[in-house]
Design a protein around this ligand. Structure first.
Ligand SMILES: [Zn+2]
Length: 235
């Protein structure tokens, strides 16, 4: 594929070189967010090859009726992958989400992952949290997936209820309790007869997605699948 690079783009690249979010190396003019080398080295899960039965999907069995699921890469603390997610969530870099959304969607499309999916729903942030952050990282990922696949983003079907106080200051039990009741259905009608792909940045225990999926599944004849960038596979 040949890419036409405008003179202006070349000039900007010379004046303000951009660096790779993972390795810090200089990005070439055709690279976005991560360099080709880091992209190549991302520890991909490969779960899309067995999207109906893999370690991530099994997390949800017995908790919600789930169709299929995958994650782009394995997420590890204190590694390049956690650095990437940290920059996406806390580094004021929403473009990381959109870019990685496009990359993962292009790869998954080759494996027909999106064939039965009819719409994507990003896991919402509580309004206050989103206001502080300026964006919802999951929506940015969904935006990239939508740009690549043409699937619509349903953004107003569920909302996240805000709890007072910081989650991190609470005990584990209280936190789980909060997560279970963290979402509320706003409008079921766009969900009826849809196969929804729920989008999150990182899946760890699955608790957040279970809670969100329960609300989405209140739609009539609604199916749910899940996709995240990272999978914190702790075993
Ligand atoms: Zn790099």
């Amino acid at each position: 594929m040949t890419q036409t690079i405008s003179l202006l783009a070349r000039l900007i690249d010379t004046l303000a070189p951009r660096s790779c979010t993972m390795c810090g190396g200089r990005l070439s003019i055709t690279e976005e967010v991560i360099c080709a080398c880091c992209n190549h080295q991302l520890p991909r899960t490969g779960y899309s090859k067995s999207a109906y039965d893999n370690k991530l999907v099994r997390l949800f069995w017995g908790r919600i009726p789930i169709e299929k699921g995958t994650a782009f890469f394995f997420y590890k603390a204190h590694s390049n992958t956690s650095r990437l997610i940290y920059q996406l969530k806390y580094g004021h870099h929403p473009e990381i989400g959109e870019c990685l959304g496009r990359i993962v969607a292009a790869e998954l499309a080759q494996e027909a992952f999106f064939d039965e999916i009819t719409a994507v729903v990003p896991v919402p942030l509580a309004r206050q949290r989103e206001r502080e952050r300026g964006y919802n990282q999951s929506r940015e990922i969904a935006r990239g997936i939508s740009a690549e696949t043409g699937l619509p983003v349903l953004d107003k079907v569920i909302e996240r209820i805000s709890f007072h106080g910081s989650q991190t200051q609470k005990g584990r039990w209280e936190r789980n309790e909060n997560v279970e009741k963290a979402f509320r259905l706003l409008d079921a009608s766009p969900l009826n007869n849809q196969h929804i792909l729920l989008i999150d940045d990182v899946i760890t225990s699955g608790a957040t997605l279970v809670a969100a999926a329960k609300e989405v599944l209140k739609g009539e004849n609604t199916k749910v699948s899940v996709l995240s960038l990272g999978f914190a596979n702790n075993e």
